[in-house]
Design a binder for this molecule. Structure first.
Ligand code: XIL
Length: 438
């Protein structure tokens, strides 16, 4: 690819490293297309932007040996979760978990090495009332927390058909903006948000869910009622190139992703992305990654080999890949529990997806969409389904959690350690109870 981008190692580390590049020697040759050089081929310095929210001191904390974070670090994989708040939480009786629940925040820091704003980065939060006022209070708080705890961040999402503010959808519908005004608004949004968090956010979901769910997926250019994307409808598909260009200009080190659901294998929708991205790369558009949200349901089949094959083909295009929002739901009883059989199956799916990600050199980030079922978006969105998150209430580990632990331990320290080390006794017992294990 011709555009400059950070090396995978730097991306995986997520550090503000200063690269000293000498263009003499074999090593430099191998890296030459990724790193800067001046015209005389002399030593030049390239530095990643420093996050403006970097704290003077980080909170001193270590991941416990039985945490996912411990093995995520050993595996050089970012294992993330959401900072829960906004969106559906606003209709619940509890206050927003991230700002208001200390125990919840501690849990995030103890278990995960990466965070995604579940809702606070979306247009409806940043522009709640009118154009021009950027609202960053909640967004900043999560970024500061991640910085203090040495966590990476995935930015979510700059361009989407959903969770746009009502005032925006209504005024566009009423024809209150010219195309040029809309384009300027989008540009200002992308540039302001990306530059504010340059150096803090390693991966961005720049474009979210642009293809529809038809048999032959089309870009969502329909009306608001048809879940159309107002930007594509008003500005045409060319706008997709611009959004990536603007984001790249504001933070050349951030990895810029497409992200969608129902692309958990090679299917019509993932084919559509493959073609679109291939064309954009040919035009030199700075697209760096493809994210599979991976919202799975036990009501539908899932083929782990095809899941991996799909991400592999995006890797072969030269892209990073990521599991961006995994949860595995199923039909539940009134108490919100799946059958034991479905729980075992759900755990197996979590394990298979994590194994696929670990197998792929391009997959450096695996994010789980929620911790507690009482906070999860699933019951309110998919009627009769639930039990998708990692923990029982009270943060007791479910098989969903334990399989992630097993896969990470076996990947980093081997099967014997998983089988013998007393740190993993609890999870071994839980998985045994459900008759699962990979
Ligand atoms: C969900 C949030 O979890 C909810 O709180 C909110 O009400 C709706 O959005 N794909 C995405 C995420 O890209 O932003 C969605 O998150 C889940 C599906």
């Amino acid at each position: 690819m011709s555009f400059p981008r950070r090396s995978r190692a730097a991306a995986a580390l997520g550090v503000g490293a200063l690269l000293l590049v000498s263009c003499a020697g074999e090593e430099a040759d191998a890296e030459a297309d990724e790193q800067p050089e001046d015209q005389a081929g002399e030593e030049v310095e390239a530095s990643e932007p420093t996050c403006q929210f970097a704290p003077d001191e980080q909170v001193d904390h270590e991941y416990a040996r039985d945490s996912l974070g411990h093995f995520a670090q050993e595996a050089d994989l970012k294992v993330g979760n959401v900072a829960a708040g906004g969106g559906h939480h606003e209709d619940e009786e509890y206050p927003d978990p991230f700002p208001d629940d200390e125990e919840y925040r501690e849990h995030l820091a103890e278990e995960f090495t990466s965070l995604t704003h579940e809702n606070y980065m979306k247009w409806e939060f940043i522009h709640p009332d009118e154009w021009g006022d950027f609202h960053f209070e909640e967004t900043d708080a999560v970024v500061e927390f991640a910085q203090e705890h040495g966590m990476d961040m995935r930015g979510h999402a700059l361009f989407w058909h959903s969770q746009n503010p009502e005032w925006l959808e209504e005024s566009v519908e009423a024809g209150e903006y010219t195309q040029e005004e809309l384009r300027d608004m989008l540009e200002e949004h992308v540039r302001t948000v990306v530059s504010r968090y340059a150096g803090c956010i390693q991966q961005w979901d720049v474009v979210n869910e642009v293809f529809d769910d038809e048999e032959e997926p089309q870009l969502r250019d329909g009306s608001y009622e048809e879940s159309g994307n107002l930007w594509i409808r008003e500005l045409g598909p060319e706008i997709l190139d611009d959004v990536f260009e603007w984001a790249h200009e504001e933070d050349p080190d951030a990895l810029l992703f497409y992200n969608d659901y129902s692309v958990d294998g090679t299917n019509a929708k993932s084919d559509a992305y493959y073609e679109l991205i291939q064309e954009q790369l040919d035009r030199g558009v700075p697209v760096h990654g493809f994210g599979s949200q991976t919202h799975l349901s036990m009501q539908y089949d899932f083929d782990p080999e095809d899941y991996q094959a799909n991400l592999q083909r995006f890797e072969d295009l030269g892209l990073e890949t990521a599991v961006t929002e995994i949860d595995v739901r199923g039909e539940v009883t009134e108490e919100g529990r799946m059958s034991d059989e479905d729980r075992a199956g759900a755990a197996e799916r979590y394990g298979a997806v994590l194994e696929s990600c670990l197998e792929l050199a391009s997959c450096n980030s695996y994010t789980i969409w929620g911790s507690l079922d009482e906070h999860s978006w699933i019951p309110g969105t998919f009627e009769g389904e639930g039990d998708a998150a990692l923990y029982e209430s009270g943060y007791e580990r479910k098989p969903h959690y334990c399989i992630n632990q097993q896969v990470l331990v076996e990947h980093t320290e081997g099967e014997d350690v998983w089988a013998d080390d007393e740190a993993f006794e609890e999870c071994r017992g839980i998985l045994e109870e459900y008759g699962v294990g990979v």
